[in-house]
Every structure is written in structure tokens, then in C-alpha cells.
Design a protein around this ligand. Structure first.
Ligand code: ZN
Length: 150
């Protein structure tokens, strides 16, 4: 009963972020950017960041087209990134990846990102949920090019 209620809440959160993605659009002067493509599902997104002089993410925005999971995941990711250092962002991705592949995130608090726990067990959906994060990694590494999940 409890689990059912929680998963309904999570589903509602994902639908909400798909309908009304946060940080949607383009930045005037991004310092980092990357394109992400998930050919299995057809998801595409562009992620832009401003990494400020103190090494923290101060602005983030995305656009793209794809399934509800990919769009909601990108939206929720952008809400979690502001103020994080590159290392913090990497740690968050590692925890998120553990959540969607193994069902637990270790000691890192994921907040609303736990909504994607349900994709575990659906490898295709895992690609959708992690696309934005792979794109973030590419952007932070300064490649500025397209990253393709496989
Ligand atoms: Zn997808």
C-alpha cells in the first residue's frame, strides 16, 4: 500500500516534469555544452551549463525531444545541479546510476531523483533516464560534442 502510494507520487512527478520541463531553453553564454542521443529510443537533448569561476554550476538549461522518461529525467537533473562542483555532479550521477541499475543509491541523498527507481529492470528505460547525465558528463569534460548511449 505504502509502496503503491509512493510509486504513484513518483509517476506524477515524472509526468509533471515531462509536461512542464524545468530549465527549458538556451543560455545566453554557456561555458559548457553537449548533445545527447539515445538511438534505442530516439531521445535527443542539448544541455548547456555555466561553470562559474569557483568551479560550481551556476546556470543550466536544456532543450530536446524524446520520451517522457528522458525529458523528465533531464528536467529533474537540472533542478539538482545548481551550486554543485564538477565532483559533486559526478558523485550524484554515480548515485543516480546505481539507483536505476541496482535500486539503491548508497549514501548520497538523491531527493526527488529517486522517482526514477522504477526504471530498474527495464534496460531500455535506463538508457532514457541516464541520457541527460551522460550528456552532462560530456559537457563537463569539455568535449562539447555529441554523446551517444548504446
Ligand atoms: Zn527514451
Amino acid at each position: 500500500m505504502m509502496d503503491e502510494t509512493l510509486s504513484d507520487l513518483y509517476q506524477e512527478l515524472i509526468l509533471d516534469h515531462n509536461r512542464t520541463p524545468r530549465n527549458w531553453g538556451e543560455l545566453a553564454a554557456p561555458t559548457h555544452r553537449a548533445l545527447g542521443h539515445n538511438p534505442l529510443c530516439g531521445d535527443r537533448l542539448t544541455l548547456q551549463l555555466v561553470l562559474s569561476v569557483d568551479g560550481r554550476i551556476s546556470e543550466v538549461a536544456f532543450t530536446g525531444q524524446g520520451c517522457a522518461i528522458s525529458k523528465a529525467s533531464a528536467s529533474l537533473m537540472t533542478t539538482a545541479l545548481r551550486g554543485l562542483s564538477r565532483d559533486d555532479a559526478e558523485r550524484l550521477f554515480a548515485a543516480f546510476h546505481a539507483l536505476v541499475t541496482q535500486g539503491h543509491a548508497g549514501e548520497v541523498a538523491l531527493g526527488k531523483l529517486v522517482a526514477f527507481q522504477g526504471v530498474r529492470g527495464f534496460p531500455m528505460r535506463v538508457k532514457c533516464a541516464t541520457l541527460a547525465w551522460h550528456t552532462l558528463q560530456a559537457a563537463l569534460s569539455g568535449q562539447g560534442q555529441e554523446v551517444t548511449t548504446e
